[in-house]
Write a protein that binds this ligand. Structure first.
Ligand code: HEM
Length: 574
């Protein structure tokens, strides 16, 4: 019976008696909410903001004959005519977004097959016709990927189904905790701690100030995978952290390294002050403060760049100057599938720029295109940490709009598996993923958020940009059918914000819930893990730039803008 229950519920319900009085959060997010012990936990089914919208009602078949092929949509809606670089924000903002994305959401089954091609034959017609996990994206004959590079099909493997005993439409699994608990460093299962902790003085595992380079061991956690990706490179190195995705690119690995160093700096401070504390206590204390700092950066620096200060206040997302906030045990903090598959992704992916560099302290700029370094961190060697970070501080992110770089749309994963010029279109994949996950349409979400119906393309005036309404009216038969991902990318930004109305609604819903529905959120009072007034004051002084300064190799505070997400003014030297 127990086995049946596990399969039905996907995961058994954790019991909280043992941890209810702990001042530290569990590693897998369980028992954060003591009444609903699975809320926000890792390895749970994604809840939905709205009912599923599958053409067959269940999600076994995602083909909707009324919708265009995702690659055709990508070509007609997202093609970049001119580069749209931000004048205000740098790539560090994009990078923090990616860090948060990997932190709060990781859908089981999506990245492995995409990269490792475990189900390679999705593009083999005979297999595609019977393999239930395949939903390949066919490339039209007149498309240059087909005509010039000879690729007629893009691999697409559906995400894992979350087991359920209910007769309900298909759901997917979130491997991550939904909380901002820096599980990308600590992991989200007890077993992850074995690879991330040193089990000495509360420290995380480092080797010569880098994340542990276990990848050199071919049978180690990354050796096997990396050999599949880059068969031509011998003894490939990669980093080991709570999340394999640390190896997504060297810039992300550099920022994560800075935070691992910060954990160890905090552990050392605690050890100096309280030499009698054991390894476990030192580790948990450092982890508790590091997580608080990550939440501070997110709510005080990252989110205002998108909402603007007025909406931050109105939505109760702004960090208080003093005093405490209150936890609400009725709020479910779980990441919804709409937020992960469309709202956060559409915004983040439009900010990606391939104009990436690393920059030496003497001003030398080394161009290192992001599409050449995807999942290739071997260039991140000793002495280059500051260079990568400086690159992201000085290079602009792309504007949030409907133009996605060719790098993203045509050449994503181009050097995987040694296939020359292989091109995948991440935007087409994103659209197909929305269908895989049965997302509601843009109009359905708009109506739920604002209680107003969208019944014609005219109704979209002022909500979507005019030029985007024009493009969308040529690709969708009706305004009601516009999908959530393209709809969000097409929005007019609300005054004072960098997001449109539906993005704001879904971001607000998410970031409000993971603040007030997280018992350990750093500003909450009267909880087991609440910070003391002094601790809170200390954390409220945190900025990303101070963390970079304290943990980079040679950075000085004057070299970084106070808000590390803003492009430096001309008075600052590289
Ligand atoms: C270097 C930059 C980035 C790369 C290479 C990248 C790549 C990817 C890929 C390959 C996927 C999975 C696609 C699929 O099969 O469905 C994905 C998912 C996602 N991305 Fe990004 N991304 C980047 C930056 C960002 C940023 C800046 C954000 C947000 C601000 C973001 C948010 C997301 C989200 C929320 C998902 C869904 C995750 C999941 O469901 O597991 N990404 N990204």
């Amino acid at each position: 019976r127990e086995k049946r229950r596990v399969i039905c519920e996907y995961q058994p319900t954790p019991r909280c008696k043992r941890v209810a009085k702990s001042r530290y959060r569990t590693i897998d997010g369980s028992c954060n909410n003591l009444k609903h012990s699975k809320w926000g936990k890792s390895y749970t089914c994604y809840p939905r903001f709205m009912d599923a919208n599958y053409p067959d009602g269940h999600g076994n078949d995602i083909m909707n004959p009324r919708l265009l092929n995702p690659r055709k949509l990508s070509n007609s809606l997202f093609k970049e005519d001119v580069p749209h670089k931000s004048k205000k924000h740098n790539l560090m903002l994009m990078n923090w977004g990616q860090i948060l994305a990997n932190e709060m959401t990781y859908t089981s089954g999506i990245l492995m097959p995409l990269y490792f091609r475990q189900i390679e034959p999705c593009c083999n017609e005979s297999d595609a016709s019977f393999h239930p996990k395949c939903a390949p994206i066919f490339i039209p004959e007149n498309d240059f990927l087909n005509k010039e590079l000879g690729h007629s099909c893009m691999n697409f493997v559906r995400s894992e189904v979350c087991p359920s005993c209910k007769n309900e439409p298909r759901k997917s699994i979130n491997i991550r905790t939904s909380f901002l608990d820096f599980s990308i460093i600590y992991g989200n299962a007890e077993s992850d701690l074995e690879k991330t902790r040193a089990y000495k003085n509360g420290l995380l595992n480092m080797k010569k100030n880098f994340l542990e380079d276990v990848g050199k061991n071919e049978d180690g956690p990354c050796g096997v995978k990396w050999r599949l990706w880059y068969p031509e490179v011998k003894n490939i190195e990669c980093f080991v952290s709570g999340d394999d995705y640390v190896n997504s690119n060297p810039w992300k690995a550099a920022v994560q390294t800075v935070f691992v160093r910060e954990h160890n700096r905090l552990a050392k401070l605690y050890r100096d002050a309280f030499p009698h504390l054991n390894d476990e206590e030192l580790f948990q204390r450092a982890r508790r403060i590091l997580i608080a700092k990550v939440q501070m950066i997110t709510y005080n620096e990252f989110l205002p760049a998108f909402f603007g200060q007025n909406l931050m206040e109105e939505f109760e997302l702004a960090v208080l100057k003093d005093g405490y906030t209150e936890y609400n045990e009725e709020i479910d903090p779980s990441t919804t599938i709409e937020f992960s598959t469309a709202a956060f992704r559409a915004i983040g992916h439009s900010m990606i720029s391939s104009g990436t560099t690393r920059r030496a302290a003497n001003g030398n700029v080394i161009k290192e295109r992001i599409d050449d370094t995807w999942h290739y961190v071997v260039n991140f060697t000793k002495g280059r940490l500051d260079q990568y970070i400086r690159g992201y501080l000085f290079d602009p992110s792309n504007e949030i709009d409907m133009f996605y770089e060719d790098t993203i749309r045509n050449y994503f994963e181009k050097n995987f598996n040694n296939i020359p010029k292989y091109g995948t279109d991440m935007t087409a994949v994103d659209i197909q993923r929305g269908r895989d996950h049965g997302l509601p349409s843009y109009a359905q979400v708009y109506e739920k958020c604002y209680e107003k119906k969208i019944e014609s393309f005219d109704d979209l005036k002022g909500i979507l940009r005019d030029e985007n309404i024009e493009k969308l009216s040529k690709t969708y038969e009706t305004a009601e059918e516009i999908e959530l991902y393209p709809g969000i990318a097409a929005e007019v930004h609300v005054q004072g914000a960098s997001l449109g109305p539906v993005a704001i609604c879904l971001w607000h819903h998410h970031f409000y819930n993971i603040k007030f529905g997280d018992r350990f959120y750093f500003e909450h009072k009267n909880q087991m893990g609440s910070l003391t007034e002094n601790e809170l004051k200390y954390v409220r002084n945190t900025t990303l730039s101070t963390i970079i300064c304290q943990n980079g190799d040679t950075f000085r505070q004057y070299q970084i803008t106070k808000n590390a997400f803003l492009l430096p003014s001309s008075r600052l030297k590289a």
